[in-house]
Design a protein around this ligand. Structure first.
Ligand SMILES: [Zn+2]
Length: 460
């Protein structure tokens, strides 16, 4: 609430973290109880006796979207295991049945379990392998080299200018600036990267005559392509009948090779950009999404939290871009960094209707796998550093719980008499939806301006 009025009206507007007061929670509980009781009575009186269930199961059922079919996919892991010493938000209302976000997730803490079946083990080895991506960037020599391609002076000047603006705006309102200088550096870097540095490629143009090309399948990598780490090469043929040259498009996944090729699709974009954020001194995460997308998270020291960054879309702190902007349904969003990993799905999926069923392994298995990776990354750290990272993990988990509560509150406010569901004004009162809409508008605006290299198709 604090940040709302102090937020400069520009770019994808950052989402203020709502502080939930105790009264608010109590009011909500009371409202929830009343509605639940009425609803339960209505349901019971409508049903034939043979179908009546025990009241305890109805409490959970209340939160299931009735418009959806019986196969409604369960929400992603909404339930984090209780962290000792951390105030449990749901615990504020012990008398109420804690509202389950989805029927599939009862209020039972998930216990980490070692994966044993082949499907879970396959997922484990895939996550293990993905988790190496950010480690490949931890090479000081290469990072220095990467710094060499960035027009540092321009980026720093632009960042200073924007940071001054944030400060002036904040000072006039007596608030903390929305973003710090280092955040502005990343924002400036992203603009340069997308508008000038990297090129989006669907079908590469013919290098001989610049005519469009037609896909001809895959080709075996040549020795120099293999040497630079391309395991896949796409083959294209020029559509000009007098030329018909072949064009190769090796898919490199070495960020340092990408500094030279400077082209690709989502994978190449996120890989190279995230490495450059690292080179410029930020802590970074590379976020893998099971629905064929990848993006970046940068740690904002100013905000003390991880911030979503999608360089393909020039989106900053717009985590609902995918579910609300693109209307995409997501299952897993896993963030990998050089010092850990996290299931960050709850940052990107706030509505169970936008969740795809997570069936690559059990939730307990996933927790176990992520803990394994985290332990591996932190095994050589000193105790102090480990403790600092653990507190950071805990803070992030609280952020995710807040997301779930806010999302529940919104659902309830829609169901309640006079709520948005009745007035059809749900979009107006949903700040997340508003933010996604703004991000969408901005992306359309940039595209309309014909920004160079604007990705227009989401190809992996
Ligand atoms: Zn040609």
């Amino acid at each position: 609430m604090d940040n709302r009025s102090g937020m400069p009206r520009r770019k994808p507007v950052p989402q203020p973290q709502q502080q939930l007061s105790e009264n608010w929670a109590q009011d909500l509980t009371a409202q929830f109880r009343r509605t639940l009781s009425t609803k339960r009575m209505n349901d019971l009186s409508r049903r034939p006796a043979s179908q009546r269930r025990a009241p305890s199961s109805l409490a959970t059922e209340f939160f299931v979207d009735r418009s959806a079919s019986a196969q409604t996919p369960p929400a992603p892991s909404r339930q984090a295991p209780p962290v000792p010493g951390v105030p449990h938000l749901e615990a504020q209302t012990p008398m109420t049945p804690p509202p389950s976000y989805n029927a599939s997730l009862k209020n039972i803490p998930i216990v980490p379990t070692a994966p044993t079946d082949s499907r879970s083990l396959r997922f484990r080895s895939m996550l293990m392998s993905l988790s190496n991506t950010p480690c490949k960037w931890e090479n000081p020599g290469l990072l220095d080299e990467a710094l060499g391609v960035i027009p540092l002076e321009r980026i720093y000047n632009a960042a200073q200018e924007e940071s001054d603006l944030f400060e002036a705006e904040a000072a006039s309102l007596g608030k903390k600036p929305a973003w710090g200088y280092q955040d502005c550096v990343i924002r400036a870097l992203m603009k340069w990267f997308r508008r000038e540095f990297f090129e989006w490629v669907n079908n590469p143009k013919c290098t001989a005559c610049h005519a469009p090309t037609v896909a001809k399948g895959m080709a075996a990598p040549l020795s120099d392509e293999s040497a630079r780490g391309a395991s896949r090469v796409e083959l294209y043929q020029c559509s000009n009948q007098y030329c018909q040259s072949y064009e190769r498009f090796p898919r490199y996944n070495d960020a340092f090779v990408l500094l030279q090729t400077r082209r690709g699709r989502v994978g190449e974009w996120a890989n190279c950009f995230t490495m450059l954020c690292r080179a410029i001194g930020s802590r970074v995460r590379w976020v893998w999404n099971a629905e064929d997308h990848v993006w970046t998270e940068v740690y904002s020291v100013h905000r003390k939290r991880w911030v979503h960054v999608d360089c393909c879309e020039e989106a900053w702190d717009a985590p609902l871009l995918y579910t609300q902007g693109w209307r995409k349904k997501l299952s897993y969003c896993i963030a990998f960094s050089a010092d850990g990993c996290a299931d960050v799905t709850r940052r990107y999926v706030r509505d169970s209707n936008c969740a795809v069923r997570r069936n690559k392994c059990s939730e307990g298995d996933l927790i176990h796998i992520l803990r394994e990776i985290k332990a591996m990354r932190r095994k050589d750290m000193d105790k102090k550093e480990k403790f600092r990272l653990m507190s950071e993990d805990t803070r992030e988990d609280e952020e995710f719980r807040r997301n779930v509560i806010e999302s529940l509150a919104l659902t309830i406010s829609r169901i309640l008499p006079g709520g948005d569901a009745a007035t059809k004004g749900s979009q107006r009162s949903d700040p997340d939806a508003q933010k996604a809409a703004e991000a969408r508008q901005e992306a359309e605006l940039l595209r309309a301006r014909g920004v160079r290299g604007a990705p227009n198709q989401r190809q992996q």
